[in-house]
Write a protein that binds this ligand. Structure first.
Ligand SMILES: [Zn+2]
Length: 474
C-alpha cells in the first residue's frame, strides 16, 4: 500500500507526492500538503479546527469531523467525514477531488486505484454570467478571461423556446453560472461543458424578435442582446398606450454657453437663434394645448449632448425636437431641413452631422457614452421610434414650406449624437443657413422666427392628432 498519492504536473512534467493518512484503507489526503502541491495560500484557524485554502479567487473552507466542505460559499458533501490530526485536516481523496474538479479545478484528474493525481492547471476562461433587463430587451453578459475568435462563438434561437450560445475552446465555471439571477426574458440558464466547447442554454419566457452579440475587452465579456417586442406582452399594452400619448415634449435649443454653434456674416450666433425659437415654440404649445413643455436649456448655458437626451428621457418626453441653424461654405445655399437619426447616408448629411457632433469635443467627458452595449440599446430604441420620427420630420418640412418662403431641402437622415439615446420620436431641425446672408437677415427678425415657431407648433399639433387617432383605433 502506498504512503502517498503520486502527483503529476502535466504542464511541467514535474512529479511530487501528496501526504496521506497512514493506517486506514481509504485514502485521506492532507490539506496542508495539498496546499503546498497546488501552491495555494493556506489559512489555518487552529481554534476551531478549520482550514481555508485560497486558490486564486476561490475559497475552499474545510473543517474537521464533517462531511461538508464550503467552496465559494456553496456547500458540498463528501462521501466520508474529514479527520482532524493536530493542525491538519485529512480529506477523503476520491470525493474531495471530484468536487474540486467540478467546481474550481477543472483540469485535475484523480485515479483512486493507482492513487495518482494529475494536475493540469487549466483555468476557466468563462467565469460567470450577468443578466440585465432593459426596456426592450435583455442583455446577457458572459464574463470571460480571454478574447475568443469571432468564428468560435455561435448563437441561435431554437423554436423550442431556448436560446443557445456555443463557445469553442470555452471552459466554464458552471458553479458560478448556476448562481446567476435570471431576469428579463430569461427564465432559466443551463451550462454544459463539452470536450472542446461550452454551451449555454437559456430558456426564454417569451419569444424574442432577434439577437446580437459582440465581445468587449474592458471588461472581457461576450455581450448578447435579446430583443423583445415592446407590444407583445399584454401587461405592457397599457404602459405602451400611455407612452404613446403625446403629453410631454422636449424642446432642445441647440448649443449654448461656450458652444456658440455657427456664426453668420452679420454676427448672428446659432445658440441665440435656437434658444429664441425654442422659447417661442414652447409658448405656443403651452398656450394652445395641454402638452407639458420641457426645455433642455432656458438660458445661454452649455449643456453636453448626452445630458440633453437624459433630460428628455427622465421627464418622460414623448417627442424630442432639437433646434439648430445650418452653415455651408457655399454662401448661396439656403433653406430648411429636418433630420431623424440614422447612420449618415449622403455626404451632405455626414458633413452636417460631423459639424453638429463636433461639440462632443467641448464636453468634459471626452468619450461618447454610447459605446458597446449602450449603443446597441440606444439603436434598439431608435428603431422603434425611427418610423415615427421620419413621419414627424415630414410634417415639419410641410409646415415650414407652407408658412415660410424659404427653400424646402427635405427630410434627411444622419447620425446625430444628440438624437442617440432619446427614448421617443426625435428630430433635429436646421431652420436655415446662417452662412447665407439673406437667410441670416431673415433669421434675425423676430417676425420670421415667429413664423418658424408657428410652423413647428403646427407640426406638433398635427402629429399629436395623428397619434391619438391611432390610439382610438387600437
Ligand atoms: Zn447646431
Amino acid at each position: 500500500m502506498c504512503t502517498s498519492v503520486q502527483v503529476f504536473h502535466q504542464e511541467t512534467g514535474e512529479k511530487d507526492n501528496l501526504k496521506i493518512l497512514a493506517g486506514i484503507t481509504e485514502t485521506f489526503i492532507s490539506a496542508h500538503d495539498l496546499a503546498r502541491v497546488l501552491s495555494s495560500k493556506l489559512y489555518v484557524n487552529n481554534d476551531r479546527q478549520k482550514i481555508v485554502l485560497y486558490l486564486r479567487e476561490h475559497r475552499i473552507k474545510l473543517s474537521s469531523e464533517t462531511s461538508f466542505i464550503i467552496i465559494n460559499e456553496q456547500i458540498y458533501q463528501m462521501s466520508q467525514f474529514t479527520i482532524g490530526v493536530e493542525e491538519d485536516i485529512y480529506l477523503p481523496a476520491e470525493s474531495f477531488f471530484s468536487i474540486l474538479q467540478m467546481t474550481v479545478l477543472p483540469g485535475i484528474t484523480y485515479d483512486s486505484k493507482k492513487q495518482l493525481l494529475g494536475i493540469n492547471i487549466v483555468d476557466f476562461n468563462i467565469t460567470g454570467l450577468n443578466i440585465e433587463e432593459k426596456t426592450n430587451g435583455t442583455i446577457l453578459r458572459i464574463k470571460t478571461r480571454e478574447h475568443f475568435s469571432n468564428g468560435n462563438i455561435s448563437a441561435f434561437k431554437h423554436n423550442n423556446g431556448w436560446f443557445y450560445i456555443t463557445i469553442k475552446d470555452g471552459i466554464i465555471d458552471s458553479v458560478e453560472v448556476k448562481r446567476t439571477d435570471t431576469r428579463g426574458v430569461v427564465h432559466k440558464v443551463v451550462a454544459d461543458q463539452f470536450d472542446e466547447s461550452v454551451q449555454l442554454a437559456f430558456q426564454l419566457r417569451s419569444d424574442i424578435e432577434g439577437f446580437e452579440f459582440y465581445q468587449s475587452s474592458e471588461p472581457d465579456e461576450i455581450v448578447v442582446t435579446l430583443r423583445t417586442p415592446l407590444s407583445k406582452s399584454a401587461a405592457r399594452i397599457k404602459e405602451v398606450k400611455n407612452r404613446w400619448r403625446l403629453d410631454t415634449i422636449v424642446l432642445d435649443a441647440g448649443h449654448g454657453g461656450k458652444d456658440g454653434g455657427t456664426i453668420g456674416k452679420y454676427g448672428t450666433k446659432e445658440k441665440n437663434i435656437t434658444l429664441d425659437l425654442a422659447k417661442r415654440i414652447g409658448k405656443l404649445v403651452e398656450k394652445n394645448t395641454h402638452i407639458k413643455v420641457v426645455h433642455t436649456r432656458e438660458e445661454d448655458i452649455f449643456i453636453p449632448l448626452w445630458k440633453r437626451t437624459k433630460i428628455a428621457n427622465e421627464t418622460n418626453g414623448k417627442l424630442f425636437i432639437s433646434i439648430h441653424a445650418n452653415a455651408n461654405p457655399n454662401r448661396n445655399i439656403r433653406g430648411f431641413e429636418t433630420y431623424f437619426l440614422r447612420q449618415g447616408k449622403t455626404n451632405d448629411a455626414i458633413e452636417v452631422a460631423s459639424r453638429e457632433n463636433a461639440v462632443i469635443k467641448l464636453e468634459d467627458q471626452q468619450k461618447s457614452i454610447y459605446t458597446g452595449e449602450n449603443l446597441i440599446i440606444a439603436t434598439m430604441a431608435q428603431n422603434t421610434y425611427m418610423k415615427e420620427s421620419e413621419e414627424f420630420a415630414g410634417i415639419i418640412q410641410n409646415e415650414l414650406a407652407s408658412r415660410t418662403n424659404s427653400k424646402n431641402r427635405g427630410v434627411k437622415q444622419a447620425g446625430f449624437y444628440v438624437l442617440i439615446g432619446a427614448s421617443m420620436p426625435n428630430v433635429l431641425i436646421e431652420v436655415g443657413f446662417l452662412s447665407n446672408p439673406t437667410e441670416e437677415k431673415k433669421l434675425k427678425k423676430a417676425s420670421y422666427r415667429q413664423q418658424i415657431a408657428e410652423a413647428v407648433y403646427g407640426a406638433i399639433f398635427m402629429f399629436k392628432q395623428t397619434k391619438e387617432k391611432l390610439l382610438v383605433k387600437g
